[in-house]
Design a protein around this ligand. Structure first.
Ligand SMILES: [Zn+2]
Length: 377
């Protein structure tokens, strides 16, 4: 049975349009997109108040950390967050971890998430992701300045479909391993990037990250790149795609140098709820918008977010036109993950999932505190 679905607005070609009816086949494939002045009088149309969008793409998550929901206090700053996560991590059983991941996966599906770029340290929750109706791309992250053996992580990645490896960041992996992983898994990489100012200060031999490494007696062999942005533009192959996650402290010159080398191969992933939770920082969405780069949205993990909600994250980005926010959350993420042939937009022949966002202020076309999303199919 074909379904005919309409809403106040629909996101079509990155624009919010009125008077749209979307026909969907049994298997979720979009068969027709009609325009009609009389949506409410058309036969057998299901009308939902709100905005009709395709299933969303969460471009940065750590599903396996779902058990840490509420375990770390808000607003302590990045260094405190990193040490707290190390402290509380051991206090949970595998059953608790699996249960929390399973609930988080189900909630993301209900809220309308279709695909996730997920970072992992081990494979405990892989069975949940393999069974999920959400499409996961798992990237096992490599880190540790004293870790020179990439083989265990590569073995882990090779055991699963849709899994690969990625360096954790530009401050936690030495040069040879960074280049080796970026080269081998170039198709899709994901780096935590410029989440705090100390990542850039490290390259100037100052700041709290530098001081901590000094105290521990850990040397970095990559500081001659001069900055995290230079390291990315010189070490990441330009044939693949990279997700740069957070970017809270990214400057115009950082963005320029990376886009110069990797234009069309970079997606700037913003996780404003996580930034708010950890450090009360905001990502520079105005700057990135002005520089016309590709932006996507990630929820990060429940260790640093009250909920894994794409709508919460869109709302936190503030003063950005709604159709841009919706494009970040859908087609931009789908392109970043290389799944735009079937996901990310309402187009004939695609099977993107369909989602309603309700509680939108149509007078100002903005999200409100009441805005939420739910899945139609
Ligand atoms: Zn993360």
């Amino acid at each position: 049975m074909k379904r005919r679905i309409a809403s106040h607005y629909a996101l079509i070609d990155e624009r919010l349009e009125r008077n749209i009816i979307v026909d969907v086949d049994n298997d979720g494939t979009i068969s027709h997109i009609h325009r009609s002045e009389n949506i409410d009088r058309e036969a057998s149309v299901e009308f939902y108040p709100g905005i009709l969008i395709p299933g969303m793409v969460n471009a940065h998550c750590h599903l396996e950390l779902s058990y840490l929901r509420g375990a770390i206090a808000e607003g302590g700053g990045y260094a405190t967050f990193a040490s707290e996560i190390g402290r509380v991590r051991g206090g949970f059983s595998n059953e608790e971890r699996l249960r929390a991941a399973s609930i988080a996966d189900a909630m993301m599906w209900e809220e309308g998430v279709e695909a996730v770029a997920d970072i992992a340290n081990d494979d405990l929750v892989m069975p949940i992701k393999e069974r999920s109706r959400i499409q996961y791309k798992t990237m096992f992250e490599f880190f540790g300045l004293n870790n020179h053996d990439t083989a265990p992580l590569e073995n882990l990645a090779s055991q699963y479909k849709d899994a690969s490896a990625t360096p954790h960041s530009t401050y936690s992996v030495q040069d040879r391993e960074f280049k080796a992983i970026c080269s081998k898994y170039r198709e899709l990489l994901s780096l935590h990037f410029l989440e705090s100012e100390n990542e850039a200060l490290l390259y100037e031999n100052r700041g709290s990250l530098h001081d901590w490494y000094q105290r521990m007696g850990w040397a970095c062999d990559f500081l001659e790149y001069g900055s995290p942005a230079r390291r990315v533009s010189e070490c990441v192959p330009s044939e693949g795609h990279i997700l740069l996650v957070h970017n809270t402290c990214a400057t115009a010159s950082d963005v320029t140098s990376i886009e110069h080398m990797l234009k069309g191969h970079t997606t700037w992933v913003l996780c404003p709820e996580s930034n708010r939770y950890i450090s009360n920082l905001c990502p520079p969405v105005g700057l990135l918008e002005q520089m016309r780069v590709s932006i996507a949205i990630g929820t990060d993990s429940l260790a640093s977010a009250r909920r894994l909600s794409m709508v919460d994250n869109m709302r936190l980005l503030g003063n950005v036109p709604l159709e841009r926010l919706l494009s970040y959350a859908t087609i931009n993420g789908a392109k970043a993950l290389g799944i735009e042939a079937t996901k990310g937009s309402i187009e004939i022949g695609k099977r993107p999932g369909l989602v309603i966002i309700e509680g939108v202020d149509f007078a100002t076309m903005t999200l409100t505190d009441e805005s939420r999303s739910y899945r139609l199919l």
